[in-house]
Design a protein around this ligand. Structure first.
Ligand code: FES
Length: 106
């Protein structure tokens, strides 16, 4: 695992919002829950070709705007249908106010 510097600072992302990043050619949704916690999930709904970063964020979940599937921010697990497959999650680290994502380049 390598900690990839996103070049974003903690305040660059608003609570309840998500940003799409591309790391190693791979789209990742960097998500700030309404309570300020940061998470990173694959930026593709497991139900279809939709960016989760365009979805709705609360404290524990992100909801795909297309058909309403909710995913756990902590685990990437699909919590509601129509999605049932999880999405991958990544560790988020903050150092000196900068956001890093643990990503395995393979
Ligand atoms: S594409 Fe996300 S719920 Fe259908």
């Amino acid at each position: 695992m390598t900690a990839i510097n996103t070049t974003l600072k903690v305040d660059d992302i608003k609570p309840g919002k998500a940003l799409r990043l591309v790391i190693g050619g791979h789209p990742i949704a960097l998500i700030k829950a309404k309570n300020g916690n940061l998470y990173a999930l694959d930026d593709k709904c497991s139900h279809g070709e939709i960016s989760l970063s365009e979805g709705f964020v609360d404290n524990e979940t992100i909801e795909c705007w297309a058909h309403g599937a909710k995913f756990s921010l902590e685990t990437g697990e699909a919590l509601t249908l129509p999605a049932f497959e999880p999405v991958s999650r990544y560790e988020v680290l903050v150092e000196n106010d900068e956001i890093y994502i643990e990503y395995d380049a393979e």
